[in-house]
Ligand binder design. Structure first.
Ligand SMILES: O=P(O)(O)OC[C@H]1O[C@](O)(CO)[C@@H](O)[C@@H]1O
Ligand SMILES: [Mn+2]
Length: 441
């Protein structure tokens, strides 16, 4: 196996990983506990005393988790029986086997950041499923919904833009169609600024007019492989008679405003015939605060459909129709909420890898997907993306991500160092974005 660099970890005092484990994660846990408290009367109304007891149990499990984290206790196995419990516990053992110092126990600050951060969200889920009858409760639902409501104006602007565009789409020449494609790709990129995990669960909605900001934001796109996406999909369209279908897969990230931007893009892909099917991959359990589950996906389409605006509701109705007709297909798979880097997918989830191989193009949205694609490792800035993928090449793929973790590959020699000198937070603030492609050119 190729030599890969060490993982990012909370061991590096002062690093973004360290600060996330030390400050942001406990803050998120405190918010989760508070959310449960605030729903106490709702649990009582629904389930009587049993609901209140369940709320107390979940809170005590979560308080214990917060204490383990803050005192850097060993990472303990999961106890309840869920579909992925065994895989998680095997992974815990594997992480322990990598340790050669101390007492051989994985700890929060001494283990790979990707592993412990995923583990934290999995433990939140464990606390909830151990507390029936409130074991259905999504502790992040409220904030995801709030993010959507607060972005209303931008949602209306995007839906109106899309519907006007569709009206004249057949009159557009190649270059005009390409320009429109690029615009919607960029909107989907900047939609990724709105995740709720970076802001510690605080509101991070879209309030400015993103459509009119695209030109101003262009200098912040560090890597721009949009042309490759256009060549690939427009070629598929031209040769369609032979191939008959073009499948674009979108590995989703956040619900709320970001999901709207992804659905607008997916709608455009169908309307422009750049794709004939769009497949979406979401999370099976609440994840990294704002990530999309099937409930969020359905809820959002329903909200858009019932939106108080002509073009917004038209979008929602069309989206519902695409789902019914199978032009849009939503999938979930436990692999997306495991701690593994994506190069492990062929071994850990061969069925999913085989599915991804059917794509003509896979779009990976967001920062966490980038971390998993590159293994969340300390790669040099100029290492080629293909190399950092470490053998993960199911189909042509592109990552669409704003930078929120200390990892970036594929830069020009000296580019990363220069940014580092002028703007130390360049790779964690969400201010910069990338379209990074891997596949045949
Ligand atoms: O929603 P995204 O873009 O995957 O971002 C998730 C965020 O969570 C983090 O892991 C921090 O907690 C960062 O990597 C990133 O800011
Ligand atoms: Mn996310």
């Amino acid at each position: 196996m190729a030599v890969v660099p060490a993982s990012l970890s909370g061991q590096d005092v002062g690093s973004f990983a360290y600060l996330t484990i030390k400050d942001r994660i406990p803050q998120i846990l405190t918010k989760v506990i508070d959310t449960l408290h605030r729903h106490k009367s709702e649990f009582f109304e629904k389930h009587g005393e049993e609901g209140v007891e369940a709320e107390k149990k979940a809170i005590s499990l979560l308080s214990k988790l917060r204490n383990e984290l803050q005192t850097d206790k060993p990472i303990i196995p999961l106890v309840e029986k869920f579909v992925d419990t065994d895989i998680w516990n095997q992974y815990l053992e594997y992480q322990q086997s990598l340790l050669n110092e101390s007492d051989g126990k994985s700890r929060w600050f001494y283990s790979p950041w990707l592993f412990v951060e995923c583990y934290m969200y999995r433990r939140i889920h464990e606390a909830i499923i151990q507390s029936p009858p409130i074991d259905y409760f999504d502790v992040f639902k409220e904030s995801k919904e709030q993010n959507f409501y607060e972005s209303q104006e931008s949602v209306i602007a995007l839906c109106t833009h899309l519907q006007q565009l569709i009206k004249t789409i057949e009159d557009l020449d190649e270059n005009q169609l390409k320009d429109e494609f690029f615009k919607l790709l960029q909107i989907s990129l900047w939609g990724n600024k709105c995740d709720l995990s970076l802001s510690g669960g605080e509101s991070s909605s879209q309030k400015t007019d993103v459509l009119n900001s695209l030109e101003d934001l262009k200098p912040f796109i560090l890597l721009n492989d949009m042309e490759h996406l256009w060549s690939l999909l427009s070629n598929c369209k031209k040769t369609r008679e032979k191939v008959s279908v073009t499948r674009v897969y979108i590995v989703l990230d956040n619900s709320g405003f970001e999901l709207v931007t992804d659905l607008i893009l997916a709608n455009f892909l169908l309307s422009s015939e750049l794709a004939t099917e769009v497949h979406f991959y979401g999370k099976t359990i609440p994840w990294f605060v704002s990530d999309t589950t099937i409930h969020d996906f359905n809820w959002l389409i329903e909200q858009v459909k019932h939106g108080n605006h002509k073009w917004m509701s038209k979008c929602g109705a069309d989206w519902e129709e695409y789902v019914k007709m199978g032009k849009w297909v939503y999938h979930d798979h436990i692999f997306w909420t495991l701690p593994h880097e994506y190069c492990a997918m062929p071994q850990v989830a061969p069925d999913l890898y085989a599915e991804l191989q059917k794509a003509h193009l896979i779009l990976f949205k967001g920062d966490l997907n980038y971390r998993k694609l590159t293994g969340d490792r300390k790669w040099e800035f100029s290492v080629p993306f293909h190399q950092a993928l470490n053998g993960f090449h199911p189909a042509p793929l592109c990552t669409i991500r704003t930078l929120k973790a200390e990892i970036q590959v594929g830069l020009k020699p000296g580019q990363g160092e220069q940014l580092m000198a002028s703007e130390p937070c360049w790779w964690t603030s969400g201010k910069y974005g990338i379209f990074q492609y891997d596949g045949p050119l």
